[in-house]
Write a protein that binds this ligand. Structure first.
Ligand code: GLN
Length: 320
C-alpha cells in the first residue's frame, strides 16, 4: 500500500516516465492508494526513480506566502469518480508551481456527496472517467451546472479532461443516447459512427495558450464537435493522435479561462505554460474576490518538465 506522501510524489513524477509505465502507475493509484486528503503535505525532498534529487527550484517553501496573502483556492471536482491516467497529477502540479513561488494554496476535493461554493474558488479541475463513473458524475455536475457556468463566465480558471470536458459541453452520450451537458463549452459529443471504437495514443498540439507544442495522451470513445466560433484548445500537429474526432484535427475547447481537452497524461506536468496560464487566471480571480493584487508569476526552472516534453515530441518524431 502506498502512503499518501509517496503517492503524491509519484504523481508529480508521472510525466517523466515512458507512457506504458505511467499508465500502469496511474491505475495502481486509483485502485490502491485511494484518494489523497486535501490537506496532505508534500514530501520535503523529492527524488527521481534513479535516486538523484530533482534540480533546485526557487523558493522551495510550502504554501508560505506573506501572512496577509489569501490562498489561491483550487477545487478538484469528483476525484472519487473522475481520475484516469494520472489526472489528479494536474492538481499536484498546480500546487507545486504555486508552492515554489511561495503562493499560498488550498486544495479542496469535492467528492460525490460534498457541497462546494464556487464563489470562493479560483481554479477548478475536473478529470476524466469511464462511462459508468461518468453516469454518477453527470448527475452531480448537472446539479452544480449554474454554479459552474457562472464561475467560468466570471473568469474563473478551469481545466476539464476527456470525460470531464465531454460533460461540460452542450450534450454528450450516456447509455448510447444524447443527454444534456453543463453547457460551458459550445460542443457536442456523439458516438462513433465508424468501426474504429476508441481513439487512443499520444498527440502533440499547437495551442494559442503555449508557444511550445502541448503534448498529451488520449483514450476515448466519444467524438466531440465544436460549434462554429468555438475555439479549440489546439490543433493536432503530430502524425499520430486525433483529439476531438478523426477529421477536424482539433482538440478540446477554450472558453474564457476554461480549457477542455482530451489530453490526459497528466497534461500539466509536461506543459508548464498551460499550468501557469491557469495559475495566472486563478490569481486574477483571487484578486477580484479578495482585493489582494495579482502579481506576475516568478520564473521557475522547468528543465525537468521541458525534458519530459522533449522526450514525448521525440517519440512522435517532432522537432524538440
Ligand atoms: N468515457 C468517455 C469516453 O470513452 C471518456 C473517457 C475518458 O475520460 N478517458 O469517451
Amino acid at each position: 500500500m502506498t502512503t499518501h506522501g509517496e503517492a503524491e510524489r509519484w504523481h508529480y513524477l508521472l510525466g517523466r516516465f515512458p507512457k506504458g509505465r505511467y499508465i500502469a502507475v496511474s491505475f495502481c493509484f486509483e485502485n490502491d492508494a485511494g484518494i489523497l486528503p486535501s490537506n496532505s503535505k508534500f514530501p520535503s525532498s523529492v527524488s527521481t526513480s534513479t535516486g538523484r534529487p530533482l534540480p533546485e527550484r526557487p523558493s522551495p517553501k510550502l504554501c508560505r506566502g506573506g501572512d496577509s496573502e489569501p490562498p489561491l483556492t483550487i477545487a478538484h471536482l469528483l476525484p472519487d469518480l473522475l481520475n484516469l491516467y494520472g489526472d489528479r497529477g494536474n492538481v499536484t502540479v498546480l500546487r507545486m508551481r504555486c508552492a515554489w513561488r511561495s503562493i499560498p494554496v488550498s486544495v479542496f476535493e469535492c467528492r460525490r456527496g460534498d457541497e462546494i461554493e464556487l464563489p470562493g474558488v479560483d481554479v477548478l479541475f475536473i478529470g476524466g472517467g469511464p462511462d459508468e463513473k461518468q453516469r454518477v458524475a453527470h448527475e452531480r455536475l448537472m446539479a452544480m451546472g449554474g454554479q459552474i457556468r457562472g464561475f467560468v463566465e466570471e473568469g474563473g480558471a478551469l481545466l476539464a479532461i476527456c470525460g470531464g470536458f465531454q460533460m461540460l459541453g452542450r450534450s454528450w452520450v450516456l447509455d448510447g443516447k444524447p443527454v444534456e451537458g453543463v453547457g460551458v463549452f459550445d460542443a457536442e459529443t456523439r458516438r462513433a459512427t465508424n468501426a474504429r471504437k476508441r481513439l487512443v495514443g499520444d498527440f502533440a498540439l499547437e495551442s494559442p495558450l503555449s508557444e511550445a507544442p502541448v503534448v498529451g495522451f488520449e483514450n476515448h470513445a466519444g467524438r466531440t464537435f465544436l460549434a462554429e466560433g468555438t475555439q479549440p484548445f489546439g490543433r493536432i500537429i503530430s502524425r499520430c493522435g486525433h483529439g476531438n474526432d478523426e477529421r477536424s484535427r482539433a482538440d478540446g475547447a477554450i472558453h474564457r479561462n476554461a480549457i477542455g481537452t482530451y489530453a490526459h497524461g497528466p497534461l500539466l506536468s509536461k506543459n508548464p505554460e498551460i499550468a501557469d496560464f491557469l495559475i495566472a487566471a486563478g490569481l486574477e480571480r483571487r484578486a477580484e474576490r479578495t482585493g489582494f493584487p495579482a502579481s506576475t508569476l516568478a520564473r521557475i526552472d522547468d528543465a525537468e518538465e521541458l525534458a519530459a516534453r522533449a522526450f514525448m515530441l521525440g517519440r512522435m518524431r517532432l522537432a524538440r
